[in-house]
Design a protein around this ligand. Structure first.
Ligand code: ADP
Ligand code: MG
Length: 496
């Protein structure tokens, strides 16, 4: 029987310059029509982008928006009410900042470590002086996170004040420290867990980020953890989703991070593509089937091979299987249809606290000569450029950008960190890298040194070659300066 031809929605891939593409059109294998692309160029590109989407008559725009472009894309989505964004900007709310993850979990009563967020320095100081330690302090807003570099364990009020006066993180994001065995990353498609693994900290350490030397394994992820991840995915109404869940020494589970932007093997992106094709054209595509706990077996395959495997599919065993090992009633997590919701759940007028609280020019965290903590009063304010609070938002110093196009070294949009694999060949000396950064217009000595000190030689090289967006996690180093760095790096003669 031939199906009557029905017209399909016109799909466009949402891309941004210098941001690694999570989806490729090959993830949508079998989609019969042309898949369009719309690329956002950083800077003042909103209207041109909107016009291009209209001109191409795109109905569905698919892709993640990095944190630094999140608010712009909320505006773009408003200007294109007929276009369906997948995921919606509401589903991507958590991609913007740790603060947003916290608001999201509070709203949906999802368990997180107790967290306080302060925009008023006096309130932060009062809390710091009055609370129990250890605490965890995190930078809330970074365009992309570099596994734990901006997360600090703090043992006293003095240490907290010292940290805030040095790092100037703003807002102050202060969380109870959870003694942890490990944490678990769960990835979901259509609210069904499709991959999950433990990340264990190195012996005697507390950070579980694998980029910090931790280990991973795919076996025996507790059901409660999968259930919690499903609840979060449903709350976000996310077509695809990842959650990092802490497992405390008392086996309590709390969400540390969640987002639609995460590092995923290509076969997982294929699964998302298959799912989305079915969502958008159920008359043309079968609902995909993902075997439950497939990760326990796929995870045995060497990751170098998993990284290349594509279009893995499962046949669904039926009742009549003669091996009799399959009982459909065992199935706990089914692939669900996400509903398409119009309207805004997290309008920026109500939730963009960062832009409502832009402070200027001063570092009010008090530190007297004894390292003692201020008594809730802001004290003398140091008036030098270095004392700006770190809002994660670039200052107004302009760096001329000649050409926005086609810089090499695409970057990942992942909010949840990926594992760096620095090439351990011939590494340059740290001083050479510092000198390189100093040679870039708009990058000062202090920042140059800070980048190299923080990331180390291999971390810097990894960032420049594979994850440039991570450099924008440094204070006052945002898109324009990043582009200047990448242009210089392209021309650079530093032989490694
Ligand atoms: N409240 C906490 N208590 C104990 N450890 C934490 C806490 N929050 C984060 N960590 C540890 O720090 C790591 C990094 O924190 P996370 O919030 O994931 O930031 P990012 O990955 O963006 O650097 C986590 O993987 C976990 O090992
Ligand atoms: Mg993390």
């Amino acid at each position: 029987m031939t199906m009557p031809e029905q017209s399909l929605p016109r799909i466009g891939m949402l891309y941004l310059d210098h941001v690694l593409r999570f989806f490729d059109k090959s993830n949508f294998k079998g989609w019969p029509d042309k898949i369009e692309q719309v690329v956002y160029h950083w800077g003042n590109d909103k209207q041109r982008f909107i016009d291009e989407v209209k001109r191409k008559k795109i109905n569905v725009l698919i892709g993640n928006v990095p944190a630094t472009a999140y608010e712009t894309f909320r505006e773009i989505a408003r200007a294109l009410p007929e276009v369906r964004f997948i995921p919606t900007l509401d589903s991507q709310f958590c991609n913007k900042s740790k603060e947003n993850v916290t608001h999201f979990c509070h709203k949906y009563q999802l368990p997180i470590p107790k967290t306080k967020i302060f925009y008023q320095v006096e309130e932060a100081l009062a809390y710091i002086n009055d609370t129990q330690y250890p605490k965890i302090v995190k930078r809330s807003y970074g365009p992309s996170n570099y596994g734990g570099y901006f997360v600090h364990k703090i043992d006293s009020a003095e240490e907290a004040v010292r940290l805030f006066s040095e790092k100037r993180y703003y807002p102050a994001y202060i969380q109870d420290f959870v003694p942890m065995k490990a944490d678990i990353r769960v990835m979901l498609v259509g609210h069904q867990p499709v991959c999950a693994f433990w990340r264990r900290p190195p012996e005697g350490e507390w950070l579980t980020n694998t980029s910090q030397g931790g280990s991973m394994d795919y076996q025996n992820v507790p059901e409660e953890v999968l259930e919690l991840a499903v609840r979060a995915s449903k709350a976000a109404n996310a077509e695809y989703w990842a959650c990092d869940i802490a497992v405390s020494t008392d086996d309590e589970y709390t969400i540390l991070e969640c987002a639609t932007a995460f590092a995923a093997f290509p076969y997982i992106r294929d699964w998302i593509g298959q799912y989305l094709m079915w969502l958008l054209a159920p008359q043309r595509f079968d609902k995909p089937y993902f075997a439950h706990k497939n990760w326990e077996e796929l995870g045995k395959i060497d990751s170098s091979l998993l990284r290349t495997m594509r279009h893995i599919s499962f046949g669904q065993a039926s009742h009549s299987t003669d091996t009799g090992e399959y009982a459909p009633a065992d199935e706990q997590y089914s692939l669900l249809e996400t509903r398409h919701v119009r309207g805004e759940e997290w309008p920026s007028e109500a939730w963009n606290f960062q832009d409502m609280h832009r402070l200027s020019g001063v570092n009010p965290y008090n530190r007297n000569e004894h390292g003692a903590v201020g008594n809730g009063q802001t004290q003398t304010q140091i008036n030098q450029p270095d004392s700006f609070l770190d809002t994660g938002i670039e200052d107004h110093q302009e760096v001329t950008v000649a050409d926005h196009h086609s810089l090499p070294g695409a970057v990942s949009e992942s909010k949840l960190e990926v594992q760096p694999e620095p090439d351990a060949g011939h590494l340059p000396e740290p001083e050479q890298l510092v000198a390189f950064f100093q040679s870039v217009k708009g990058i000062g000595n202090v920042l140059s040194q800070e980048i190299v000190d923080t990331l180390g030689v291999s971390g810097v090289l990894y960032a420049l070659e594979h994850e440039p967006q991570q450099l924008t996690a440094f204070r006052n180093l945002k898109q324009k300066k990043l582009e200047a760095i990448l242009r210089c790096w392209e021309d650079h003669e530093l032989v490694c």
